[in-house]
Design a protein around this ligand. Structure first.
Ligand code: PMP
Length: 448
């Protein structure tokens, strides 16, 4: 396999590491084209403009993965860059005690579009992992209960505890403390490969109903909360079917369990709405945010919740860099940009276009078994005969797109590792989307 000088293939995407590049199928079909790119590339990436990355030698790559899926506004949104520059000149850090007025101001903005009952927040995190831990602490303290329910294929972070509650064993294998004794993982709403071998809507949402059995027979009898991603991102861009979240809410209410929406990926505009919790009618008690909240990659986390359950003391969940001035400025400006008239409407329109273009690819390429997504968050499930997951081809597509088409994509290592994710920044234009799908189509044609 040709290895790019831009980034070593095996180290391309260390954070979510969905694709195991070492498994890339050997293929000679586009080696020539790849060699041409290789000849031109002689440096590392050192500049980002909009949704594009450039090498030292000015070779342009188009990023359909939004960095680590955190660049909601691309690499260099001018209003964020300006505000951040000014802020660096004034004040980078002060104790979170003194940043409280800024936090209050930002929370006011964040809560404007949140579900009606969500009326408070906590902003002492800079990662999604610890924001989720904060949410669990809130739930445990409020309910006095211990257990946390999560879904197969979910991803909630990489601290020991969030690794423990995430729905995949491969991240836990080497770390004894990463098994959460109070975590209960249950089958999720993965209709394309239904755990219960059923079909929607005939299934009558069996996967949701079965959670009551897990509570009854697999829990400690003391369940604090359930945590769900509105779209299971790392799990393969799985979009739950209509009615799923309504049923979850009912089950949580029946068992007096708090519902946490992990919106680290879907949060702030990604689905074409500020929060998937409102557009998908999830009615959570708590929402967690990170990634896109920082706009152009500034680390920041937030936990939004119902005031009535907010019993945490500052000393119970606080980090040195939590609510630092740069994070707060980036988040505030990001919310402002997303709130500009027409911005989210445009994301919805562009999301529909991207969906249509990708559905068109499915008609052309037999290896695409399923196309699913919402807003600017799409995944293609790559299959071989009889819809068998084809992770080697998935890896080959991601590698080939990078090498021969200068297109940055991500594959999914979770589950069967056979989902190619197409999730460009929210500032992408329709021309960008057409170009992304065109390059992707050429890539798949060269492998098919
Ligand atoms: N939740 C979800 C849904 C995520 O995708 C991630 C990161 N991939 C996290 C939580 C953890 O966020 P962070 O990497 O900022 O800790």
């Amino acid at each position: 396999m040709w290895t790019s000088k831009v980034l070593p293939s095996s180290a391309t995407f260390p954070e979510e590491t969905e694709v195991d590049h070492s498994r890339c199928a050997a293929d000679t079909g586009v080696e020539e084209e790849a060699a041409k790119v290789k000849a031109e590339v002689s440096g590392i990436f050192n500049r980002g403009v909009g949704i594009r990355l450039f090498t030292e030698d000015n070779i342009e790559y188009i990023d359909a993965a939004s960095g680590t899926f955190n660049l909601a506004l691309g690499y260099d949104h001018p209003s964020l860059v300006k505000e951040l520059r000014e802020q660096v000149g004034k004040l980078v850090h002060m104790s979170s005690h003194f940043t409280e007025p800024y936090v209050a101001d930002l929370l006011r903005q964040l809560l404007k579009d949140a579900p009606a009952k969500i009326d408070a927040g906590w902003m002492r995190d800079i990662t999604g992992s610890t924001a989720n831990e904060c949410a669990v602490k809130v739930a445990q303290k409020y309910t006095g209960a211990t257990d946390v329910i999560s879904l197969f294929l979910s991803h909630h972070g990489q601290t020991l505890f969030t690794t423990g509650i995430s729905g995949n064993a491969f991240r836990r294998a080497e770390f004894p403390n990463a098994s959460a004794g109070n975590g209960i993982c249950v089958p999720g709403p993965y209709c394309f490969r239904c755990h219960y071998k059923s079909t929607y809507p005939r299934c009558d949402l069996l996967c949701a109903d079965a959670i009551a059995d897990f509570i009854e027979y697999a829990s400690s009898g003391s369940v604090a909360c359930m945590i769900v991603e509105p779209v299971l991102g790392n799990g393969g861009n799985i979009v739950p079917p209509p009615g799923y979240f309504k049923r979850l809410r009912q089950i949580c209410d029946e068992h007096q369990i708090l519902l946490i929406a992990d919106e680290v990926q879907t949060g702030l505009g990604r689905t074409g709405f500020m929060y998937a919790s409102t557009s998908m009618d999830i009615q959570p008690n708590i929402i967690t945010l990170a990634k896109g909240l920082g706009g152009i990659g500034v680390p920041v986390g937030a936990v939004l919740m119902e005031e009535r359950i907010n019993g945490l003391q500052k000393h119970e969940h606080s980090f040195t860099s939590g609510s630092n001035m740069l994070s707060l400025v980036a988040a505030k400006k990001t919310v402002e940009v997303l709130s500009e008239p027409g911005f989210l409407e445009n994301v919805r329109k562009n999301g529909e276009l991207l969906g249509k273009l990708l559905q068109g690819l499915k008609k052309k390429h037999g290896c695409i078994g399923d196309v699913r997504g919402i807003g600017l968050m799409w995944g293609l499930e790559i299959v071989s005969d009889h819809n068998a997951p084809d992770s080697a081809k998935t890896t080959a597509i991601v590698d080939r797109a990078f090498e021969a088409q200068r297109l940055i994509l991500r594959g999914s290592r979770y589950g069967f590792g056979n989902v190619v994710k197409v999730r460009p920044a929210l500032v992408s234009t329709q021309d960008d989307l057409t170009e992304i799908v065109d390059r992707l189509s050429k890539t798949i044609s060269s492998i098919d």
